[in-house]
Design a protein around this ligand. Structure first.
Ligand code: GLN
Length: 187
């Protein structure tokens, strides 16, 4: 049976993720409701604005559905905003979140002047560095037990894994490199 990935399509760069997964030969569904989530075997929360998307995910019942599936082992990947929404704690903000990934994230961690940049990032398990596109990106400032650090950039943690959960501060879907997408499809 082919693998189907659901991309949370409330706001943000979900189209780009869809193109990247299609390039890997995966079937892609856009997901806004718990019913749509039930049709997929893994999911991605893309980049966007975490306060807005969090509120809507809660309102549509999608947040609770993702929480339940992820706790039952469904692979879930959050890029940038997605990682913020997956976190247990968001520094300085009391915003809606799934609380799945035992980390504390700091939003917009690279400062006000540098909203956006790209640079090479070395990921554990990958021979060649990936291009990290950072857009008002968060970093991980605390990792709980069971959270594996997968990448660091200038001393800050920018990719983590906790079992079936993956969080990256940057946006692989905005590059032509689909290695991370391919890897995630194998989980
Ligand atoms: N700065 C955004 C937030 O905190 C995340 C940015 C992104 O996903 N590219 O919600």
């Amino acid at each position: 049976m082919g693998r189907t990935v659901g991309i949370v399509a409330i706001q943000g760069d979900f189209e780009k993720h869809a193109r990247a997964f299609e390039k890997c030969g995966a079937a892609v569904h856009f997901v806004k409701s718990p019913e749509q989530l039930a049709e997929v075997d893994r999911a991605v929360i893309p980049g966007g604005e975490s306060t807005t998307v969090g509120k809507l995910m809660q309102r549509f019942g999608l947040g609770a559905a993702i929480e339940e599936r992820a706790k039952a082992g469904m692979p879930l990947w959050g890029t940038c905003m997605g990682m913020i929404l997956m976190a247990k704690e968001v520094e300085a903000y009391d915003q809606y979140r799934l609380g799945l990934l035992d980390v504390t994230v700091r939003r917009n961690a690279f400062g006000a002047q540098v909203h956006s940049f790209e640079d090479e990032v070395c990921m554990k398990g990958f021979d060649q560095p990936v291009t990290g596109v950072f857009i008002r990106a968060p970093i991980v400032v605390r990792c709980g037990k069971g959270v594996e650090m997968l990448a660091e950039y200038e001393g800050a943690t920018v990719a983590v894994r906790q079992g079936n959960l993956l969080g990256t501060s940057f946006h692989p879907e905005l590059t032509d490199d689909t290695r991370l997408h391919e890897w995630f499809m194998k989980w």
